[in-house]
Design a protein around this ligand. Sequence first.
Ligand SMILES: Cc1cc2nc3c(=O)[nH]c(=O)nc-3n(C[C@H](O)[C@H](O)[C@H](O)COP(=O)(O)OP(=O)(O)OC[C@H]3O[C@@H](n4cnc5c(N)ncnc54)[C@H](O)[C@@H]3O)c2cc1C
Length: 566
Amino acid sequence: MNVESITFSRRPARRFWGWGAADAVLDDGERATVKSMVEQLGGRYAALAPPAVAEFELRAPRVAPPASLAAMFSKTPLDRLNHAYGKSYADCARMWLRRLHNPPDWVAFPDDEPAVVDILDWAACSNVAVIPFGGGTSVCGGVEPTVGDGFAGVISLNMERLGRVLEIDPLSRAARIQAGAFGPEIESQLRPHGLTLRHFPQSFEFSTLGGWIATRASGHYATQYTHIDDFVEATRMVTPSGVLQTRRLPASGAGPAPDRLVLGSEGTLGVITEAWMRLQDKPRFRASASIRFADYFTAARCVRALAQSGLNPTNCRLLDPMETVFSGIGDGRCAVLVLGFESADHPLQAWMERSLELVLDHGGEYDAAAVARSMESEGSKEHRRGAAGAWRKAFIRMPYWRDPAVGLGLIMDTFESAITWDRFESFYQSVKLEVQTAIQRMTGQESIISCRITHAYPDGVAPYFTIAVLGSPSGDVASALAAWREIKLAANAAVVGQAGTVTHHHAVGRDHRSGHELEMPGLFRQMLAAAKAVVDPTGILNPGALYDARSRSIGKCGVLCEHSEK
Ligand SMILES: Cc1cc2nc3c(=O)[nH]c(=O)nc-3n(C[C@H](O)[C@H](O)[C@H](O)COP(=O)(O)OP(=O)(O)OC[C@H]3O[C@@H](n4cnc5c(N)ncnc54)[C@H](O)[C@@H]3O)c2cc1C
């Protein structure tokens, strides 16, 4: 079935210096939350004027696109600023400092796949580095045009004009979707067919299918189908050496799978232009519960029991006491488990009832009437109310709170990992201690570190840490940023040193490379280098992300992008 052609207006303007929509504002309650957070951490609250485009001095573009492609290229200051950084703490801090060392020379907006081919051809012949760009929501330096000085120039390749669902196969329940489609665009084009991709990362509104595939993103469902990996049926990627198109198959045992190399390639092997994605029917039944536990590790054991039960809750998010305060659903005295089920096919009483037996075995407490209401009827909206609803609202709005706090000198950052159950408790304690010690050493301040379990597996768990601290006694942003670099390296070393992974879903980019190099077998890094040499022989694609593009040995870096700015 061919889907009717849809014309998109240009996307709503994004805020170049922080998270989300350019016209987003905090409401009074949110402003009060930010104020109290800044003051509790020893800072001084003030309303700051956000960075303006005119405050940035951008170097003149060092290269010019050929006349045949020029209509797809922009060098407006706003476009270049929008593509200068991703959306991490460090990106936001550098915007507050009005510090911009490596803007892209140009931003290309290809109209279609042949245009992507032409742009890569020109770039490879002209020694111009290319940064594939989806929504630019990377939080690990994935889209930053910091490529070293071996290139004539650098461009960002923005995929937003490739935003359509091209084809739907209702029998196999799959769709061919262009890589530049943002989350809401995908869902709005699938909705009339009663289908959903059901991939909801926190950044859903502003990130794209291509970005999700390139970073191996995970959605906010806690178990089973949550990684984009599970939804990919086939991919199509333009590389400087040709187009790689994989075959649509439900499964295959034909040797190493090519899609597995495309997934997580972080723009270093090619530009993903489209993918066949597995879909699901829209859920009709939901059940949810919010459960309090006096002790965090007992609650974690309950999560393990649930993850190993085969019940596969869609939500099974465990907030430690401090995280309940951040989310506005607790007072810091107990841990809260947000539990949920959904199905397009069947009511969920039996699943929820068995889960609550496991909860009671572990001493959890809940409001039975609220749980019953959540299961009352098809289409119940109970999961949007109570603690689960409050958590959901905070989950979506929290990135907006961070921006002003960063401008006032706070370091607010997150890092996430995954670890097997046998090591979880010591991992949690050791990582917290090591990072807290690094924060104290670098800032001299007391910090807050909270943790939530975002994803649960039968053999382990994904802990997601949030840190908040005043970056220096004076509260200035430059000192905070300098401290953050050391804290980030310490966090990378801590999670890998404690046998975890440097990232469960945020990807490697430039900022997690020091951990990735510790974690990955050297031989595998050489295999990656060999693959890169085949598809990108001149090393123009996203140099510096994931590994050093032009060093065939994929050597050590041990630095974050800020160190290597030129
Ligand atoms: C507030 C916030 C919440 C977040 N929540 C989540 C979450 O819940 N789950 C999660 O997994 N991540 C999350 N992230 C991280 C980020 O949203 C993901 O990494 C996302 O997958 C990036 O998608 P994007 O389209 O914005 O890609 P970009 O940021 O534009 O790019 C990310 C990487 O992918 C490459 N890339 C992008 N498009 C293509 C393409 N078409 N072909 C080849 N390479 C490409 C880029 O070169 C870069 O290396 C969050 C980030 C923020 C700021």
